[in-house]
Write a protein that binds this ligand. Structure first.
Ligand code: AMP
Ligand code: MG
Ligand code: MG
Length: 223
């Protein structure tokens, strides 16, 4: 007589997931989480905004074993110096005047972010910020903090520029996120230059590079 014992579906699913991860070249990482961050900021077509201010603050907490997004931080920020967005900025980022008007000023958002790091990520867990380029944590965050008389927390002073990981895997350093998506055979999702969508695409790049056997380590540290 046939054995009619049923195996619960979640057992089968977790077994498939385990098999899939064993089929890739994934390596163990020195981190518990990767924090994928991508700021959007005030901008105009001609020249630079002075001061340039963060208008969207999204961070994804990516599990360093499964590459799933475990949780996220996402807030719009109300700019202080140029509260009215330029038409160019709204067209580029798809961020609306209503979204920034409904946001909090940067110091409050940054306080919420620090709370999220401490409560949701855990300061004692090992995490590494991942960005596309160095602008977010080398330029934008320190200048915004300086203009608001805020300290840059120590945990924001080290990150991985994913373009460098891509260069190691593919042998060429490329400028934008879109060529990395194309080079890895991925599909772009959402709206380009919308921070939360950019983060999701960067997280997809991270996962694809992990499947190529990439080990992720910091590429820049500031004072
Ligand atoms: P990104 O993460 O590439 O979407 O860009 C981050 C920020 O850089 C944007 O929110 C803009 O402030 C600025 N930026 C990006 N691309 C351009 C561009 N073509 N012209 C002017 N500013 C830009
Ligand atoms: Mg960016
Ligand atoms: Mg972006």
């Amino acid at each position: 007589m046939a054995n009619k014992t049923r195996i619960p579906l979640h057992h089968i699913n977790s077994h498939i997931k385990l098999q899939q991860s064993m089929m890739t070249k994934r390596k163990p990482q020195s981190y518990d989480y990767f924090l994928v961050l991508d700021f959007e900021a005030t901008c105009c077509e001609e020249g630079k905004m002075r001061p340039q201010e963060v208008i969207e603050f999204p961070v994804l907490k990516v599990n360093a074993k499964t590459y799933e997004i475990d949780s996220s931080f996402h807030q719009f920020v109300k700019p202080k110096h140029h509260p009215i967005l330029s038409r160019f900025c709204m067209d580029l980022t798809s961020i609306t005047q209503e979204e920034v008007d409904g946001g909090k000023p940067f110091p409050e958002v940054f306080k919420d972010f620090d709370k999220w790091i401490k409560e949701d990520v855990g300061i004692n867990n090992k995490f590494l910020f991942v960005t596309c380029g160095d602008w977010d944590l080398k330029t934008m965050l320190p200048s915004q903090c300086a203009s608001e008389n805020l300290q840059v927390p120590a945990y924001c002073k080290k990150w991985l520029n994913i373009k460098k990981s891509y260069a190691i895997v593919k042998g060429e350093y490329i400028k934008g996120m879109m060529p990395m998506i194309k080079g890895l055979g991925l599909t772009h999702t959402g709206r380009l230059h919308r921070g939360f969508d950019d983060c999701k695409n960067i997280a997809n790049i991270l996962k694809a590079l992990a499947d190529h056997g990439c080990t992720f380590l910091p590429t820049m540290t500031i004072e």
